[in-house]
Design a protein around this ligand. Structure first.
Ligand code: GLC
Ligand code: CA
Length: 553
């Protein structure tokens, strides 16, 4: 087991389960999941066999971007509960052997944050405005935005303030995301001091770590030079580096993470930071997890990888190498609240592609094929050394809602692109806990902030709990075996490469994934777990995977 001094470091091989609170479980029937809902389901999560929960933001927020627009970092939004509930969650989770990772959003606040309200009410050039990024517009009347930067969600990254009462010129403020998410000015020491204090506030309450939202965005290039492309966060799997974009991955971000590293190190219990950094290439990503910075950074190259054995092998090899060079482990991930669920992506013709949402007008994924591949790919993911982050519902094999009507859409990206981008609602549908009831056990009232598709009934926890061949049963078995054999802290050894096959050894377990559409022969050994019933001895069907032990006994 990984050691820090004399004790094991829990996060190195941890399996982290992402809870998206508004869609996890709703205790009071208002249609939105909440903290008591999470607390009620801790036994389920313990039984699943994960080590930690990453809780997406539930801080006070007008919910302009589903909570990623925070108006008070020290309060819990009444939609989700109270600070007391959060403390109960931490305490109860710890009793169930689960750590809690909070989601911290330092790149921007809500436009309803007291700082931004003060800034809007104050003069250009004031200290209140210096906490954000205000600029005069271009052109004689200042009618043009200060530069050509585009928001990640579409449209300009600048919004002009409304008519001023004092008749002074109206400035523009920067928002890399929605206009309700003004970017903070991290060159301002006051911003740094405030966030250190916010981190302490939650560390004092016992959180075990933080996921850092948009970790690559905090520092902008001096002078805000023009940018040729839309500030998209998603690189395709072509290794193109966006590091010349003046808003991403500036060297200055690292000093911030060094200071947070020191802050966390002053607390007991191996607290950790995990970066959401859409950064390429891997050598740049690795800079976020140098020994004095964060502990982990999500591996989005892995999430973005197509269903292709050569590509998987390359990304795994390159990732392990890049992280090893800085002494870090890799944090594998396949789905999250910003991406079409992988069970759906793997059922597309371009299998594994990451569209910006799917609706009825788009190619519909092949649900059975997607599920079959999702059940197979988790053998590879959980077979790798390092840590793994699961997204709620993937343990059920949940697909996206791919036909959600436009009238239900809530993602700001949908509105800012005039519907050109469908957005992320399809992967944020409330969880099906039961095959009975109007909201499939999400609550008792049937209220739902987003409707569930009909087929979610078939994936309900109540159904899968009864079925020994369900995806849930498979995840439980894999997680238990991963722990038992110490795969998370093991080392990977490749087998001789074969077409369409990913095959490696880790801690006495042989992982074989068949990405092809024909059966392949398996080496000798005993099959420990398989993604499908094995029809012919010694043969691994198409789109399937096994874990084997090396011995034949
Ligand atoms: C991150 C979050 C995403 C959010 C954005 C702006 O990418 O994961 O959900 O919309 O940051 O905070
Ligand atoms: Ca609720």
């Amino acid at each position: 087991m990984a050691q820090n001094g004399s004790h094991p470091v829990w996060w190195k091989d941890a399996v982290i389960y992402q809870v998206y609170p508004r869609s996890f479980a709703d205790s009071n029937g208002d249609g939105i999941g909440d903290l008591p809902g999470i607390i009620d389901h801790l036994p389920y999560l313990e039984k699943l066999g994960v080590d930690a929960l990453w809780i997406s933001p539930c801080f006070q927020s007008p919910q302009g971007d589903a909570g990623y627009d925070i108006s008070d970092y020290r309060k819990i939004d009444p939609l989700f509960g109270t600070v007391d509930d959060y403390e109960t969650l931490i305490r109860d989770a710890h009793e169930h052997g689960l750590r809690i990772i909070a989601d911290m959003v330092p790149n921007h606040t809500s436009d309803q944050h007291v700082w931004f309200k003060e800034a809007m009410a104050s003069e250009p050039g004031s200290t209140s405005r210096a906490r954000y990024i205000f600029r005069d517009g271009k052109g004689e009347q200042g009618n043009e935005p200060p530069n050509n930067w585009k928001s990640v969600f579409g449209g300009s990254a600048w919004t002009r303030e409304a008519e001023r009462q004092d008749g002074k010129s109206r400035q523009w403020y920067l928002h890399l995301f929605d206009s309700c998410q003004p970017d903070l000015n991290w060159d301002n020491p006051e911003v740094r001091t405030e966030f250190e204090s916010v981190l302490r506030f939650w560390l004092d309450r016992g959180v075990d770590g933080f996921r850092i939202d948009v970790a690559h965005g905090l520092i902008k290039e001096k002078g805000l030079p023009p940018c040729t492309e839309r500030a998209t966060m998603v690189g395709e799997d072509d290794d193109k580096t966006p590091s010349d974009a003046p808003m991403w991955d500036r060297d200055g971000v690292h000093e911030i993470y060094r200071s947070w590293h020191r802050l966390l190190a002053s607390y007991p219990g191996d607290r950790m930071l995990v970066a959401e950094a859409w950064v390429k290439p891997l050598s740049r990503l690795a800079r976020y997890v140098r020994p004095d910075e964060m502990q982990q950074t999500f591996n989005f190259d892995y999430l973005l990888c197509r269903w292709n054995a050569d590509k998987y092998r390359k990304i795994i090899t390159d990732s392990l190498k890049a992280m090893h060079e800085v002494g870090a482990t890799t944090a594998w991930v396949m789905s999250n609240h910003d991406s079409v669920r992988h069970a759906s992506r793997l059922g597309l013709k371009d299998a594994g592609a990451r569209p910006q949402g799917i609706d009825a007008a788009h190619e519909q994924p092949d649900e059975a094929l997607g599920l079959r591949r999702a059940r197979a790919v988790i053998f590879m993911t959980l077979g790798l050394p390092g840590s793994v982050t699961l997204y709620q519902g993937e343990e059920l094999g949940l697909p996206d809602h791919t036909t959600l009507d436009r009238k239900y859409r809530q993602d700001p990206a949908f509105f800012r692109t005039d519907g050109e981008e469908i957005g992320r609602d399809g992967c944020r549908i409330p969880m099906p806990w039961s095959d009975k009831g109007p909201s499939l056990g999400f609550n008792d009232t049937g209220e739902l902030w987003l409707p569930q598709p009909a087929q979610y009934k078939n994936y309900a926890v109540s159904v899968e709990e009864k079925d020994p061949d369900s995806t849930l049963a498979l995840y439980r078995a894999l997680l238990a075996a991963r722990k038992k054999h110490g795969l998370g802290t093991g080392a990977l050894h490749w087998a001789e490469p074969r077409d369409h096959v990913v095959e490696f050894l880790n801690s006495g377990i042989r992982v074989v994934l068949n990405c092809g559409d024909k059966p392949i022969s398996l080496p000798d050994g005993k099959i420990l777990l398989s993604s499908l019933p094995m029809e012919e001895p010694g043969q691994l069907p198409a789109n399937a995977a096994v874990w084997m032990t090396e011995t034949t006994d």
